[in-house]
Design a binder for this molecule. Structure first.
Ligand code: TRP
Ligand code: SF4
Length: 365
């Protein structure tokens, strides 16, 4: 069982085998101008992504829905989701971004007022600064607590889901609070409501998420089947990305500041964090020259791979020079931390510029 609210590390191989997630790479050849996260295998899995590929190729309507629970500051790992949204926006998708304040209230005890503040100062500000265009009509961002259409749909769908099922999927038990019990249905409604007539009717929908969210996806797909005759739902598709490793080598997590580079960090702080990150280097320089480093175990390399190097050729050179012991970690860190600093120098300005619009976005609809 996968518990979406725990922080356990995920076994990616097992996911594919046990739960029937399909490899993403099978789709790559059919995608025009795939995102680097796709090309680099960071997006590793999918369900029914063929529908989305087809919609993109034929220029048909399709939607993307993916949300975040406002429980703290956004870190650089969260950037991956936004990067994908920006890509889908260019592909012409309708974009739905729930801010899961019902979830963070029920599962984490965050008050609605605090969620709203975080939604504006962190989430929406970063989304804009990372390049999502909220001025386009087809972007819908909302707080779950304020979206009546979603709430009503959740309630309606709940009629055909029972407690035993929720226990089996999520490990809920007698002491689970009732609000928490209901949270998955709201997420199901987040994902399915773009297909209601009010939102333009049935259409392929993709949900890009981390694998911890797969229980919600499986539930959504089941429920979509159960209500097919009533709403004509097209079973939603999904993609799964690897999480970025934290600076310490553990999972990157907002609740453990030592592991994370926050999107609100200053360029100096971000630079320094890269310099102190755990690498895949050897004990001594001699050893590293002889054996080479291990980029697969290196959080510095991950920053390059996920975020900092656009060119595949350049990345390959870095990889090879690490592997064959040509580059030493000191030099590599200096370069990477410099790139990180540059990214943040630019990003600080973009965040500043995003602030005014971020204040207005939630009252748009
Ligand atoms: N549960 C997600 C999280 O923990 C947030 C979320 C809410 C979501 N609604 C969604 C994700 C719909 C994908 C699709 O971050
Ligand atoms: Fe990581 Fe660079 Fe050292 Fe290789 S050389 S292990 S990529 S820091």
């Amino acid at each position: 069982m996968i518990d979406p609210w725990s922080s356990a590390v995920i076994d990616y191989e097992n996911l594919v085998e046990q739960f029937g997630i399909k490899p993403f790479k099978d789709m790559l050849n059919d995608i025009e101008d795939p995102h680097i996260l796709m090309k680099r295998g960071i997006i590793f899995g999918q369900r029914d992504y063929g529908r989305i590929v087809k919609a993109m190729r034929k220029g048909l309507d399709f939607a993307v829905a993916t949300g975040m629970m406002p429980s703290g500051k956004m870190h650089i790992g969260h950037k991956m989701i936004v990067d994908q949204l920006v890509w889908y926006q260019k592909k012409g998708a309708d974009i739905y971004i729930p801010i899961a304040d019902l979830e963070s209230y029920s599962a984490r005890g965050v008050e609605f007022e605090d969620s709203r503040k975080l939604a504006i100062s962190e989430y929406i500000t970063n989304y804009i600064a990372l390049g999502l265009d909220f001025k386009k009509k087809n972007v819908h961002v909302y707080l779950q607590s304020e979206n009546k259409m979603v709430q009503n749909l959740a309630y309606l769908l709940g009629r055909r889901v029972n407690l035993n099922e929720m226990k089996a999927i999520y490990g809920f038990n007698g002491s689970t609070n009732i609000s928490h019990l209901y949270v998955p249905l709201v997420q199901v409604a987040d994902i399915l409501h773009p297909q209601l007539e009010e939102c333009g009717g049935p259409k392929p929908t993709v949900v890009p998420v981390g694998p911890d969210q797969d229980p919600h996806i499986r539930l959504t797909r089941d429920i979509a089947e159960r209500f097919k005759s009533r709403f004509n739902f097209i079973t939603p598709s999904s993609t799964y990305h690897r999480f970025i490793t934290g600076l310490t080598g553990d999972k990157m997590s907002s609740s453990k500041p030592k592991t994370a580079i926050f999107l609100s960090d200053s360029p100096e702080v971000a630079e320094k964090k890269v310099k102190t990150a755990k690498t895949g280097g050897r004990e001594s320089l001699d050893e590293q020259k002889k054996l080479g480093g291990i980029p697969e175990n290196c959080s510095v390399y991950e920053m390059l791979l996920y975020h900092l190097v656009e060119s595949d050729k350049e990345l390959e050179e870095i990889y090879t020079n690490c592997k064959n012991g040509t580059t030493m970690c000191g030099e590599c860190k200096a370069r990477t931390s410099g790139l990180m600093r540059k990214f943040f120098e630019d990003f600080v300005i973009k965040r500043e510029r995003a602030k005014d619009l971020a204040e207005k976005v939630l009252s748009k609809d």
